[in-house]
Design a protein around this ligand. Structure first.
Ligand SMILES: Nc1ncnc2c1ncn2[C@@H]1O[C@H](COP(=O)(O)OP(=O)(O)OP(=O)(O)O)[C@@H](O)[C@H]1O
Ligand SMILES: [Mg+2]
Length: 168
């Protein structure tokens, strides 16, 4: 599907949040600045998590609690080099909603099923400054980053997601 701007990315996050519960795992794929954290922020907002969802630049995983409900665990696997390192984070998958950026090669062997979200910038590559701007993670980001459409593809891995309304 085509996502025109960050607001639509957040709306997609809200549609995903409606389908997510404890034990669910979502893998976000896409180059630097693709919109993985923007999508996660939309999911977190719709889930009503406590704490701002940001790029976990200096932490590998951040847990966002929710009152009486499964927490959102946001993992940035960019600096992880092995599935063992991901495993070492000791994430309680069964009682959390887990979202992993950059984990494509790491999930095999750790999890049986997950929802995969691929985000592609049609004009990809030229906007690596988005990632640099993201490091500062301040409020001015949205004004300085170019708004460009993204192509988003959602795929199911395993029976849990086979009939999901999110696919298509
Ligand atoms: N159509 C769009 N969808 C999502 N984000 C967009 C779109 N157009 C522009 N943007 C901007 O692109 C940037 C995406 O940054 P974001 O941190 O979400 O990417 P990321 O994939 O998490 O990057 P990283 O790999 O560095 O973690 C944001 O500044 C956002 O405002
Ligand atoms: Mg990110």
């Amino acid at each position: 599907m085509r996502i025109e701007n960050p607001e639509q990315m957040a709306e997609l996050g809200a549609r995903m949040a409606a389908e997510l519960g404890a034990g669910d795992l979502v893998l976000l794929n896409g180059e630097l600045g693709a919109g993985k954290t923007t999508l996660t922020r939309g999911i977190g907002a719709a889930l009503g998590v406590r704490g701002a969802v940001a790029s976990p630049t200096f932490v590998l995983a951040r847990t966002h609690p929710r009152d009486g409900k499964a927490p959102l665990v946001h993992v940035d696997a960019y600096r992880l080099t092995s599935a063992m390192e991901l495993d070492d984070l000791d994430i309680d998958y069964s009682s959390s909603i887990v979202i992993v950026e950059w984990g494509a090669d790491l999930l095999e062997g750790i999890a049986d099923e997950w929802l995969s979200v691929d985000i592609v910038r049609p004009h990809g590559g030229e906007g690596i400054s988005n990632a640099a701007a993201d490091e500062t993670d301040d409020e001015t980001d949205d004004e300085t980053d170019d708004v460009e459409p993204r192509e988003v593809t959602i795929t199911a891995h395993g029976p849990r997601w086979a009939d999901s309304p999110l696919l298509g």
